[in-house]
Ligand binder design. Structure first.
Ligand SMILES: [Fe+2]
Ligand SMILES: [Fe+2]
Length: 274
């Protein structure tokens, strides 16, 4: 059996920024929920085999310019999970960018990925210029909380970071900035989304990409296109009244393509062919 790439319909994000001649590809992996023992499952799911399937898709999507991991990298924040993850990402490590999610242990994540991280405000952030855009990763984790928050110090860091470049920004973080229509996940929306939105409105932001919701979502935030992305491990049932209801235990990732002044994005999943 061989695997082939299947994909959802492309979405194009309209833009008023013209004259961008750069092109490039960004891949977002989110909510890996990796365990410290590769045979151990999480949420009743074989998270490591599913992650390996995601990496097979990543290989098929070469060439790309950045591989962004947007939180819940480890299911219970085990150091071994981060060490195994680093080993698996080694072929692309110079293109890898990470931010934590609510399941992560910030200290252990930073210990393993220190060389890839920027310190925003005691937080784990990243900044990279890719395809004529400024990629910025925010840390929305709050200790001992499931919901997200950026915080005043990180907002100040973000303001300085946005003001230091004229490039349009693509932002990545873990938590949803607004409700996605699933009540038990909507409790986890960024508590300071209004402050973040007010800041982003005064800067050229072209796209916002988040995780946590384990499902596909699209809308707007701060007048930019905003996208929720599915997990590499398992997908929650959109709109379900039952907390934690899983729809699919299979892998998925998001691809963002920039070409000729246009940003398009789509979800890629493996499917099996004879
Ligand atoms: Fe998650
Ligand atoms: Fe999460």
């Amino acid at each position: 059996m061989t695997s082939r790439v299947s994909q959802t319909a492309e979405q194009t994000c309209p833009t008023d920024s013209s004259g961008l001649a750069d092109s490039g590809r960004i891949i977002q992996l989110t909510d890996l929920h990796l365990t410290g023992t590769k045979t151990r499952r999480a949420w009743g799911t074989d998270v490591w085999p599913n992650f390996e399937r995601a990496l097979e898709l990543v290989r098929q999507l070469e060439p790309f310019d950045a591989l962004v991991l947007s939180g819940d990298l480890a299911n219970t924040g085990r150091l071994r999970a981060y060490e195994f993850l680093r080993e698996a990402l080694e072929p692309w490590i110079d293109r890898v960018h990470v931010v934590p999610g609510n399941h992560d242990n910030r200290r252990k994540l930073r210990r393993v990925f220190r060389d890839l991280c920027v310190d925003g405000a005691g937080t784990v952030n990243f900044v990279a210029n890719v395809a004529g855009h400024r990629l910025i990763g925010l840390d929305s984790k709050r200790w001992f909380r499931v919901h997200g928050m950026v915080g005043k110090r990180q907002l100040a860091w973000l303001r300085r970071t946005l003001e230091s470049s004229a490039l349009p920004a693509l932002l990545f973080w873990h938590h949803p900035p607004r409700p996605v229509g699933t009540w038990w996940l909507d409790r986890d929306v960024l508590r300071d989304a209004h402050e973040l939105e007010a800041l982003l409105r005064s800067h050229p932001v072209r796209g916002v990409f988040f995780g946590h919701v384990h499902q596909v979502w699209s809308g707007t935030f701060a007048e930019a296109c905003a996208y929720g992305s599915p997990s590499t491990a398992y997908q929650f049932r959109p709109g379900s009244m039952r907390p934690g209801a899983v729809a699919v235990r299979d892998t998925a990732l998001r691809v963002i393509d920039i070409a000729d002044d246009t940003l398009t994005t789509r979800i890629v999943t493996p499917s099996t062919s004879e």
